[in-house]
Design a protein around this ligand. Sequence first.
Ligand SMILES: NC(=O)c1ccc[n+]([C@@H]2O[C@H](COP(=O)([O-])OP(=O)(O)OC[C@H]3O[C@@H](n4cnc5c(N)ncnc54)[C@H](OP(=O)(O)O)[C@@H]3O)[C@@H](O)[C@H]2O)c1
Length: 337
Amino acid sequence: MQINDKSQTKNYLASEERYKTMTYNRTGKSGVLLPAVSLGLWHNFGFIDNIQNARDVLRTAFDLGITHMDLANNYGPPYGSAEENFGTILKTDFKSYRDELFIATKAGYDMWPGPYGNLGSRKYLISSLDQSLKRMGLDYVDIFYHHRPDPDTPLEETMGALADIVRQGKALYVGISNYKAGEAAKAADILKDLNTPFILHQARYSMFDRWVEEGLLETLEDKDAGCIAFSPLAQGMLTDKYLKGIPEGSRASKDLSYLNVDTVNSNIEKIQALRTIAQERGQKLSQMAIAWILRQPQVASVLIGASSSSQLKENIKALNNLSFTSEELNLIDKVLS
Ligand SMILES: NC(=O)c1ccc[n+]([C@@H]2O[C@H](COP(=O)([O-])OP(=O)(O)OC[C@H]3O[C@@H](n4cnc5c(N)ncnc54)[C@H](OP(=O)(O)O)[C@@H]3O)[C@@H](O)[C@H]2O)c1
């Protein structure tokens, strides 16, 4: 996709303040430091979206010290278009900053028709990453993930593909996503035997979805890997967005299977109660939701989405208050129980 707005096409100079306020956390026992808040391009970066807005969000993110951008082969819609738009913006705005960025992509979900465009075969992973690199105009990504476990492909084959991708120089590190604790432990052991730098597990984690607390975080610590938590705001429910109904254009208004009017309505009382706790801490609900995840030592980064720069600017202020009293934590547990 072309960028037509001349006012934004030239001379992006990143803020000189960009490393002054962000916190960077070590990922497991690796050499990689990730910003405490990272930006995901699942929604709002496809061909159906406004590329100027996408560009504005990316510029704002980098200016705030957000050096980690997370993509996947099928982000869009249409599939592949988030990577293509990101590639366009990289070229116009971030060319000289490539080495300051930590860029992720993934394969594992449905991408192209037929038996080779889904799940966890070597055939799928290697060809998908080649396509992703072309769409983004990159020689390598910083981390490549297997996006979800494949129950039918031997784990040795999937992990072997990740190891070869690193050997080929197409990714510097590898990760897995949506693997349960036991599967993650096995994957980590295979990757260790293959001398492959496995540094991150990408897992859904929010106040409304605490499954990682039941073994995964400890497993990752045992394996010297870190966690990056996705959908920390429960796709917008853990913000002020839905307090007065469902705004037009919001994610819940799009009636997606995982977030819709019913999901919001069934959680609204909890949302209101959590907001009260946040207010007493002097925070917005979104800021408290992010800080609450960062209380876990295994979590290197919280991976948020944003449909505007103003959301990003609001959310990043979570870092101004990351500590919780045990009374606050108990109150939150009580609301969530
Ligand atoms: N590995 C996986 O399987 C997987 C799965 C899902 C996501 N992810 C990754 O995680 C990233 C983040 O996921 P997510 O987008 O679901 O995260 P999220 O941070 O829980 O939700 C982001 C959405 O919340 C709303 N929002 C954010 N800040 C707000 C604010 N201050 N006020 C009001 N509304 C606000 C916006 O929705 P509106 O658009 O309605 O404004 C925004 O698009 C994705 O982009 C992707 O990179 C990975």
